[in-house]
Design a protein around this ligand. Structure first.
Ligand SMILES: [Zn+2]
Length: 85
């Protein structure tokens, strides 16, 4: 990446390197928060991660939605994130 920047205490390259771990819920909560804060502040990652942030936003919405509308996929994501009813 040409414009590697450090925002929220984490560099673009580190954000991208950790994305899959982020989705697997394997990162410490503070690291996940750092990644989210970085993507919100970083044009580079916002552009690259537009889909990523949309997925995260959608995921949150799904998790917060009433369980009656939860799909099997949402249930799998909930369990991957370590969330339980
Ligand atoms: Zn970035």
């Amino acid at each position: 990446m040409n414009n590697d920047r450090i925002l929220a205490g984490i560099a673009c390259t580190q954000v991208l390197a950790k994305l899959s771990d982020y989705f697997d819920g394997e990162l410490a909560p503070e690291v996940s928060a750092q990644i989210e804060a970085h993507v919100r502040q970083c044009d580079n990652c916002a552009r690259f991660g537009g889909a990523f942030t949309a997925i995260v936003a959608g995921l949150r919405k799904s998790i917060e939605a009433p369980s009656s509308s939860a799909s099997a996929a949402t249930a799998r994501l909930r369990s991957r994130l370590g969330l339980r009813d």
